[in-house]
Design a protein around this ligand. Structure first.
Ligand SMILES: Cc1cc2nc3c(=O)[nH]c(=O)nc-3n(C[C@H](O)[C@H](O)[C@H](O)COP(=O)(O)O)c2cc1C
Length: 295
């Protein structure tokens, strides 16, 4: 299953890209309108990008009145990402969305690095959300948590149905000439290729700790990267930064993933789920072995 990562695709501007996904995840919605952080909000860096959007969104009332009806018309399963500053915010958002038809899951963003977020309150937030909705809940964790497996266990104990792993890391880029921060708010969320090993380690730890369904994300640019996350324990993969430069990535990566899994003898990519945790590797079929060097 291939999804977009929250905040990395505007489905109403690019409906064709949204329809190429198995589910569309909205940008994080908060109780009230947020204008977001001042520009400059994006910077290119080595091996990834920095963003400091600051959870710009219209607020839950306008989201439900304007965006949601149009998103439903896409015909793609819809996940709504919600965020706030206290457990009560998450409860309010989930209660409101619980009554809305056509939402397949709710993602609790407890991990945005660009707003002061109550990351230590994961268990309290999940419990508050769980009390007001029967919809599937996915809790999105930060790679900066001192112990991401402990955060995953806390979310599991509070009743989350799954995990989204990982959000961005905090990073900083300086202007070449002025040596001042490029992004107006100073630091930003660092995403893209540099996040891959971090995401892989976090998915590995969360799978081992909980066994819950996991949407793995962080720097995925190819089918091989997606297969790595599945082998570490992910049951679905989300695409973020790659979508900004390659809107055809969902179809391409889905095809590459099937080929990469088949080359290793898996009938289906999900048959590889968790194999990174197994003691010894089965020998590869001959077709995937590195060809002998010719003189
Ligand atoms: C421009 C931008 C905006 C983002 N906005 C959100 C957001 O609103 N909510 C959220 O949970 N994550 C947000 N993220 C984080 C992504 O969903 C994802 O977790 C992260 O970028 C790692 O994946 P990637 O390396 O494939 O981009 C955003 C990322 C980017 C680059």
């Amino acid at each position: 299953m291939i999804l977009n990562a929250s905040g990395c695709l505007d489905a109403l501007t690019a409906p064709g890209v949204a329809r190429s996904l198995d589910a569309f995840v909205t940008k994080t919605v908060t109780p009230l309108l947020r204008a977001g952080n001042p520009p400059t909000r994006i910077a290119e860096t080595d091996a990834g990008m920095l963003n400091s959007i600051g959870l710009q969104n219209p607020g839950i009332d306008r989201f439900c009145a304007d965006a949601l009806p149009r998103l439903r018309e896409l015909g793609v399963p819809l996940w709504v990402s919600v965020g706030g500053f206290a457990a009560a915010d998450y409860a309010e958002l989930c209660a409101r969305l619980d009554g809305e038809p056509g939402i397949a899951a709710l993602e609790l963003n407890v991990s945005c690095p660009n707003v002061a977020s109550p990351v230590d309150a994961t268990e309290e937030i999940v419990r508050a959300a769980r009390a007001v909705t029967a919809k599937p809940l996915y809790t999105k964790l930060s790679p900066s948590a001192p112990d991401v497996a402990a955060a995953a266990e806390a979310a599991a104990a509070a009743g989350t149905d799954g995990l989204s792993v990982v959000n961005t890391l905090r990073g900083l880029a300086l202007d070449e000439r002025t040596l001042r921060p490029v992004v107006a708010s100073g630091t930003g969320g660092y995403s893209g290729p540099a996040l891959r090993p971090v995401a892989l380690a976090a998915v590995f730890a969360c799978h081992r700790a909980t066994g819950l369904p996991i949407v793995g994300m962080g720097g995925v640019e190819s089918g091989r990267h997606a297969l790595d996350l599945i082998a570490a324990g992910a049951s679905a993969v989300a695409l973020g930064t790659v979508l900004f430069r390659d809107p055809s990535a969902p179809g391409r990566i889905r095809a590459e993933l099937a080929a990469e899994a088949a080359a290793r003898g898996f009938a289906d990519p999900l048959a590889a789920r968790g194999v990174a945790h197994e003691e010894s590797a089965a020998p590869l079929p001959p077709s995937t072995k590195t060809p002998a060097k010719t003189p």
